[in-house]
Ligand binder design. Structure first.
Ligand SMILES: [Fe+2]
Length: 285
């Protein structure tokens, strides 16, 4: 039987996050920007119509992102062909099948999971992740609300993996709620290494050159107008606990250090087959 990992839809980036003291190797699947639009038997005609419109839009738009044919995606040159010309739901089904096959410790979804908050999309996502039946952690993106029943909720959510944690932080609207900032600060103060899962990347002195390839809309930085956004960036840079950031939003793969020894991995568009294989381990290979 053909393995999902050989499916032409997918293209992979391998990322290794080294956290001294972590025993063994922990494998994760990081996927972002799946932009699911769908409808079902409960949908209104308007919902169905909107889904058809959005699917048609992404059909060409995701290709232009991949090929760098948009002003704000210049320099992108990512795999794209017939295998990527599938609906957002067909793409998500493949992603779940891949996750079933690879059995990561958690499936990490870093936002714009849904193209827009729509009842059929929320139902589909919650149902399919429940049926998936394995651990997952999901944050909302700029296209989504702070809550989606059965998929994500308000507040910082944490998964422990023995020696490190992954913390889901909602920065989808290019800010972070004050309560979430406080919660993240308190978690960091416990001293256990943290990997932040969020939607919007950060730009810092260490990675400004890389992030400057993208327009300001795609990141938050120490100079952002929003006070909480600035505080979030500062916390990520200055806290010894924060070791890495996994995010999306940009629709192009980027990997960099945002501070010495701290990786920021920006996944590309999951709806076009981009998958980050993330290994967390105590030492380099
Ligand atoms: Fe997106």
């Amino acid at each position: 039987m053909k393995r999902m990992i050989d499916d032409e839809f997918f293209w992979f980036r391998r990322n290794r996050i080294v956290i001294p003291g972590v025993a063994g190797e922990h494998r994760f699947l990081h996927v972002t920007d799946t932009h699911i639009s769908t409808f079902d038997e409960q949908s209104t005609p308007e919902e169905r119509e909107e889904t058809e419109k959005k699917e048609a839009m992404w059909e060409s738009y995701k290709e232009r992102f991949a090929r760098g044919l948009l002003d704000f995606a210049k320099g992108n040159d990512e795999p794209y062909g017939d295998a990527q010309r599938i609906s957002t739901v067909a793409a998500f089904e493949k992603i779940l099948a891949l996750a079933q096959e690879l059995e990561p410790e958690a499936l990490l979804l870093s936002g714009d999971n849904l193209e827009r908050m729509h009842p059929a999309g929320a139902r589909y996502l919650a149902r399919r992740l429940r049926e998936y039946g394995r651990p997952f952690l999901c944050v909302p993106g700029n296209h989504e609300d702070p809550e989606c029943e059965g998929v994500w909720s308000r507040g910082v959510r944490t998964m422990d993996f023995g020696g490190f944690r992954i913390c889901a932080v909602d920065n989808g609207q290019r800010t972070v709620a004050l309560a979430d900032l406080d919660a993240l600060r308190a978690i960091c103060a416990e001293g256990v290494p943290v990997i932040v899962l969020c939607h919007v990347p950060i730009a810092t002195a260490a990675c400004r050159a890389e992030m400057a390839k993208r327009i300001e809309y795609f990141y938050i930085d120490e100079k952002s107008e929003d006070e909480n956004a600035r505080a979030f960036v500062e916390l990520c840079v200055q806290s010894d606990a924060v070791r890495a950031i996994l995010c999306g939003h940009v629709h192009g793969y980027h990997a960099m250090e945002f501070a010495p020894g701290k990786a920021q991995i920006i996944g590309s568009q999951g709806m076009a087959g981009a998958i980050d294989l993330v290994t967390v381990a105590g030492s380099a290979e």
